[in-house]
Design a binder for this molecule. Structure first.
Ligand SMILES: Nc1nc2c(ncn2[C@@H]2O[C@H](COP(=O)(O)OP(=O)(O)OP(=O)(O)O)[C@@H](O)[C@H]2O)c(=O)[nH]1
Ligand SMILES: [Mg+2]
Length: 439
């Protein structure tokens, strides 16, 4: 990390652009192309002047100086606020490179912040989450992640694992000491069980939070002509899908996104599923099945005027394992109204909206609270859980206690990897390459 790097930190067009320079030579390099003198500048000071290319003024700018370790990266940093526009920013960048800086890779500033101990890996991920957040829920959880919520969340789990490991070590190393508590599976098993319960709850909560944050893949399925496309259009408040009274109207999957309060639904309207000899329709039905396989939520639409048919029953069977809502459409035509009845034609879908809100209230709450923030983190938590289930099995089998230490350690490492405390190089590359330049 001895190089000094630079990149534009802002989007390409705007009133201002900010160029970041970080590294041991950050101030010296910036000073070389700046009209004033920065060499003695203290941290947190702002300097007005010109960027010069020889005698020529490139722009009038403000340079903010940060001194190590009190900066984003933990190194000396200069942030040059110049006038917006790609041309000027790029010219300043190339001047900086001429003066001794190197162009930064994607995410390199945040990577340096992580490597310099300014933040842990989960916080670094949250930086990216905040930049890319498109709604309140995502922004809220990114900010809490930024403040270190993941590490705080994991601390008690790591701590109790460390305790168990330490106890076993002491037993193995000093079995002859009278004052050392002799461990048996009777002491260990309750601790391990409690630990498993806690991480299971954590994973469960994180999964519903992540689903809600990324938007719920919602697939509308049903027999032909029950009103799936009509429902899609009402939800989207737009005539997106073709609606006719001809069965088999929809063939391609029609997509749209709608927000209901804090819930984002990615909607997929599909071809009506039934037996057909029509080749094109068959392809459409195959697409319906694929969409179904990847759904977070299935809305099974039935036709109230026709009641529950054999094909409906098959569909219900097919979607059994999925979170789903069954709605009866065309209530305007029917005399009886059992279950969740709507009329897409008359934009009367309030019962469905209420049901969606009810279903995801818990997920929204989870998403707003401190949880694991992404599938990488959840995957590692699952890995830790799997190791502890091995521990549990060994203890229940009456295996030697020292045999469980490997699994205990694996669980510990998996948790530590979430915050990057035992992090591998390729993992770092993978995470930071997803960042934009200048971060
Ligand atoms: N009366 C009444 N008619 C409806 C309602 N919803 C849809 N329809 C009508 O039912 C017919 C079929 O509607 P679509 O939305 O195309 O049905 P679909 O399920 O998408 O049909 P496919 O794409 O063929 O599978 C159209 O004539 C709609 O106007 C409703 O709530 N009440
Ligand atoms: Mg349709």
């Amino acid at each position: 990390m001895s190089t000094t790097i630079c990149a534009t930190a802002t989007a390409t067009t705007g009133a201002l652009s900010v160029i970041r320079v970080s590294g041991p030579e950050a101030v010296t390099v910036t000073d070389r192309i700046f009209s004033g003198s920065l060499s003695d500048a203290k941290g947190y000071t702002v300097h007005f002047g010109e960027i010069l290319d020889g005698q020529e003024t490139v722009d009038q700018v403000l340079v903010t100086v940060f001194r190590a370790p009190r900066s984003y990266t933990g190194e000396d940093v200069c942030e040059i606020s110049c006038h917006g526009g790609q041309f000027t920013a790029e010219r300043i960048l190339s001047l900086l490179c001429g003066a001794g800086a190197a162009e930064a890779r994607r995410g390199e500033f945040t990577e340096r912040a992580f490597l310099n101990g300014k933040m842990d890996l989960s916080q670094a991920e949250s930086v990216n989450d905040l930049i890319t957040a498109k709604d309140r829920i995502n922004a809220v959880s990114a900010v809490s992640g930024l403040k270190g919520s993941v590490r705080r969340l994991l601390e008690p789990l790591v701590e109790s694992l460390s305790q168990i490991i330490a106890l076993i070590e002491v037993n193995i190393d000093y079995p002859e000491y009278d004052d050392v508590q002799v461990l048996s599976e009777k002491e260990l098993l309750p601790r391990v069980n409690r630990w498993i319960d806690e991480i299971t709850a954590l994973i469960h909560k994180a999964e519903s939070a992540v689903t809600v944050r990324s938007g719920i893949r919602t697939v509308l399925v049903g027999r032909p002509n029950v009103g799936k496309s009509s429902l899609l259009n009402v939800l989207l408040e737009e005539d997106k899908a073709i609606v006719t009274d001809i069965a088999g109207t929809t063939r391609d999957v029609v997509e749209g996104t709608v927000r209901i309060d804090d819930i984002t639904l990615h909607l997929f309207d599909t071809a009506g599923i039934h037996e057909t000899g029509d080749r094109i329709e068959s392809i459409g039905i195959e697409k319906s099945r694929q969409a179904l396989a990847r759904a977070d939520l299935v809305i099974v639409v039935t036709d109230l005027t026709e009641g529950m048919t054999e094909e409906d029953r098959q569909l219900l069977k097919m979607t059994e394992g999925k979170p789903r809502i069954v709605v009866s459409n065309k209530k305007d035509l029917a005399s009886s109204s059992e279950g969740l009845c709507i009329s897409a034609l008359h934009h009367d879908i309030e019962p469905l909206i209420q049901e969606i809100k009810r279903m995801y209230a818990e997920g929204i709450e989870a998403a707003e609270s401190d949880t694991l923030n992404n599938s990488r983190q959840i995957g590692l938590a699952r890995k830790a859980l799997a190791s502890m289930q091995e521990v549990k099995k060994s203890l229940e089998n009456g295996d030697e206690i020292d045999l469980v230490t490997v699994d205990l350690q694996n669980a510990w490492y998996a948790l530590k990897e979430i915050t990057g405390e035992t992090c591998r190089e390729d993992l770092l590359d993978e995470i930071f390459s997803r960042f934009c330049l200048g971060k």
